[in-house]
Design a protein around this ligand. Structure first.
Ligand code: SPV
Ligand code: MG
Length: 290
């Protein structure tokens, strides 16, 4: 029997009565920690990766930088990787060249948004949120579909762009019609009202994906109760946790004039060895070094 592809494994987990939960990661170590913690999938976030390079999430980094990161995440941990390919790095032709490379890297899904290239962060106050025409994005979805390839998640930014619920739903139907395996509705409203309204009005034709960064008060159980959402993405919580922890540690070391005070507050060197796969290397050393 052929082993299930990463896409098939993820598809089986997009269960609206118990949505899969993905944690964002900006490097393979963060992906490994998320898988160890028990998350169902890894969100290969453009926001996190850009932040880890200290540049804006606006297609400043190249596709190759993101692709290399996705491949490295796939290599070191078992959870399916959901790759954030932004707008697909150009037009539908760009998408047709990009997605096979993501498939070869072993990702389970690509998430592509209907904004113009270069994109701007959806969460940025006053950001450029201009959408491509619906038919153009349908072409991009068709270009992203590969037999046996990653799932294609079509992300509409209609709510982010202020175009309202009806436009969001109209686009979502058109994207499902074009072959999207799931639809992501993104909202940056500070309460879940807008997203709940859209989810309730959704036909249910394909599972939905949510990124509740702006409305964190919506619990996973409340999302499950909607019966429409297959995947919840924790969009940027790895990088934000890392920044808070590093800031605290760095300030403490300088304030205290030494390292002793942080020793019990940070991971031990042995923990890091374990995360680096030290045990596997010892096995190789024993077998092959002479
Ligand atoms: C990301 O994490 O890169 C996303 C989600 O696309 S958001 O930043 O909310 O747009
Ligand atoms: Mg992104």
């Amino acid at each position: 029997m052929t082993p299930a592809t990463p896409a098939a494994r993820l598809r089986a987990r997009l269960t609206p009565d118990r949505p899969a939960i993905a944690m964002a990661a900006h490097n393979p170590l963060a992906a490994k920690l998320a898988a160890e913690a028990g998350f169902d999938a890894i969100w290969g976030s453009g926001f996190e990766l850009s932040a880890s390079y200290a540049v804006p999430d606006a297609n400043i980094l190249s596709m190759d930088t993101h692709l290399a990161m996705m491949r490295a995440m796939v290599e070191v941990q078992p959870a399916p990787v959901v790759a954030d390919i932004d707008t697909g790095f150009g037009n539908a032709v760009s998408v047709a060249y990009a997605v096979p490379r993501y498939a070869a890297a072993g990702v389970a899904a690509v998430v592509m948004e209907d904004k113009t290239f270069p994109k701007d962060s959806s969460l940025r106050p006053g950001g450029r949120q201009v959408l491509v025409p619906m038919a153009e994005f349908q072409g991009k979805i068709e270009a992203a579909r590969l037999p046996g390839g990653p799932l294609v998640v079509a992300r509409t930014e209609a709510l982010i762009a202020g175009l309202g619920r009806d436009e969001a739903l109209r686009r979502a139907e058109a994207y499902a019609e074009a072959g999207a395996d799931a639809v992501l509705f993104h909202s940056k409203q500070k309460t879940p009202d807008e997203i709940l309204e859209v989810c309730r009005a959704w036909s249910g034709r394909v599972p939905l994906v949510l990124v509740p960064t702006a409305y964190p008060q919506l619990s996973f159980a409340e999302v499950a109760a909607l019966g429409k959402v297959g995947l919840i993405i924790c969009g940027n919580h790895a990088i934000r946790a890392a920044v808070a922890a590093m800031r605290d540690t760095f300030a403490r070391i300088l304030a205290e004039g030494g390292l002793a005070g942080v020793e019990d507050r940070i991971a031990s060197v042995n923990e890091i060895f374990a995360l680096q796969g030290d045990q596997e290397m010892r096995t190789l050393e024993a077998r092959f070094l002479r």
